[in-house]
Design a binder for this molecule. Structure first.
Ligand SMILES: C[S@@+](CC[C@H](N)C(=O)[O-])C[C@H]1O[C@@H](n2cnc3c(N)ncnc32)[C@H](O)[C@@H]1O
Length: 211
């Protein structure tokens, strides 16, 4: 298990800007990813707390973890404006623990940045109650020219610029391999297909810890 302090002032500055100017399609996907949730929710790698505004009133408590020392303060400030109670911890996904299981775990744009996503997904599985669900919204590995672009991006500057983000990850497969049962999954482009960026295609879905 990794115990990693996340201190990335350059990425934190970029993310503060990017997260306030997202394409409308991505905002819509964020809302969809959280729709229908209820009870106690764990959110991993909350960034600036962009998701907080989208939690439905049926959620009684959000525990968000955000270890990057600049972003955690922004997330704490966003938590004060959230429509549901949100507490923000500076733990990493790897070091966070809880005696009480959660009804749901939320991952958005974060499994790309985690050093060992397989390990963390197994940890998230164990933090859910039986029957609880993982909600995910993640950019994923594409095919053809986009896959080639993603591999080049991942081997060069992309992870360094964007807080260890890796664009060519088979995240849906990793979720299945961690023991989850996928209840819903689809892919969607958040930008037109021709946009030459490695992060245009998103997977959005719901996966259950079997009861
Ligand atoms: C691209 S940002 C996405 C933020 C947010 N989830 C969102 O949807 O806007 C990725 C976030 O994951 C966080 N992160 C990176 N490694 C992490 C880890 N090991 N545990 C928890 N969060 C992590 C980063 O600090 C960053 O805030």
């Amino acid at each position: 298990m990794t115990d990693r302090i996340v201190d990335n002032p350059f990425f934190a500055r970029i993310w503060k800007t990017l997260s306030t100017s997202e394409p409308p399609a991505l905002r819509r996907l964020r809302a969809e990813n959280l729709a229908g949730l209820s009870g106690r929710v764990l959110e991993i790698g909350a960034g600036t707390g962009t998701n907080f505004a989208f939690y439905p009133s049926t959620v009684t408590q959000v525990t968000a973890v955000e270890p990057e020392r600049h972003l955690v303060e922004v997330a704490r400030s966003a938590a004060t404006q959230a429509p549901v109670p949100v507490t923000v911890s500076s733990d990493t996904a790897e070091t966070f623990s809880s005696a009480d299981p959660f009804d749901a775990v939320v991952c958005s744009l974060v499994l790309c940045s985690i050093e060992e996503p397989d390990t963390v997904l197994r940890q998230l599985f164990s933090l859910l109650r039986p029957g609880g669900e993982l909600r995910y919204l993640e950019h994923v590995a594409g095919n053809g020219w986009r896959a080639r672009m993603q591999r080049v991006a991942d081997a060069t500057v992309w992870p360094r610029l964007f807080g260890n983000c890796h664009t060519h990850r088979h995240t849906e497969q990793a979720i299945v391999d961690s023991g989850f049962q996928v209840a819903e999954n689809r892919r969607e482009l958040a930008m037109p297909a021709w946009v030459p960026l490695p992060v245009t295609e998103f997977a959005i879905g719901r996966a259950l810890r079997p009861a």
